[in-house]
Ligand binder design. Sequence first.
Ligand SMILES: Nc1ncnc2c1ncn2[C@@H]1O[C@H](COP(=O)(O)OP(=O)(O)OP(=O)(O)O)[C@@H](O)[C@H]1O
Ligand SMILES: [Mg+2]
Length: 280
Amino acid sequence: MIANPKAPNRPRVLAIANQKGGVGKTTTAINLGTALAAIDERVLIVDLDPQGNASTGLGIDYKSRRISTYDALVGAMPLAQTIRETAVPHLHIAPSTVDLSGFDLEISTASDRAFRLRNAIATLERPTRDADGKISNGGYSYALVDCPPSLNLLTVNAMAAADAILVPLQCEFFALEGLSQLLKTVEEVKRSLNPDLSIHGVVLTMYDARNNLSDQVVADVRQFMGEKVYETVIPRNVRVSEAPSYGKPVLLYDFKCVGSQAYLKLASEIVQRERSLAAA
Ligand SMILES: Nc1ncnc2c1ncn2[C@@H]1O[C@H](COP(=O)(O)OP(=O)(O)OP(=O)(O)O)[C@@H](O)[C@H]1O
Ligand SMILES: [Mg+2]
């Protein structure tokens, strides 16, 4: 577990963002979160999408969700009180409800409107070890924020709270379309709200080896974004898309499938990148 260089007592916050819909944000939040937990990180997924797909995909039934990230953002309760356990050891989630869709309007005049998530996460701790090396508190080493498909106030809150952004890009013809708008927003947030914000990396998703277009997209994105693109590419894999309907991450649904293995590889690549950032 690597210390958070900027804020030693706070979880490392990675916002999973792309205003394009259906590119694999939620799938990445769930399965990267699971893979990080499997390599002994303590992970919190923050569901910031009113659709609540990360919550459902982790088996948190909609009917049982009375409290959500909305309550933390409007200041009704501390974020810790919204958090639920999942079937994955060391992976917790702050679920969402449709209440979140009213957040933009309800909060638009509050002067701290962009910092609601940052302030909520600031109340969380990192894991600490006792003398035997055992983790002795309920802290988190990573908070992964699943953003909605929009550059709205919720996404701005995620970017203002984040140490870095992880951008999933689907291997399809229009993959790069909209990316410059996203990068522009990141620059704007960096300038006005969060000077330390960076792009952690770009993860190519739903790669289809049988489709020549996929290779072309990988080449184009690597040319445009250079080393920011993770080496790991997530293949299109039917097991990945089936898992959420069972309320499970693909790593629990079918550990051996190529999708699970790719997310494990991505997790170790991310931890590796974190080590080099911490050493820099
Ligand atoms: N590697 C994959 N292989 C097969 N299907 C996938 C893969 N990744 C994602 N999918 C499927 O693609 C669809 C969109 O994925 P996902 O919900 O993760 O995208 P999203 O960016 O979160 O969407 P939204 O913008 O609506 O929040 C889902 O049905 C998901 O199961
Ligand atoms: Mg989603």
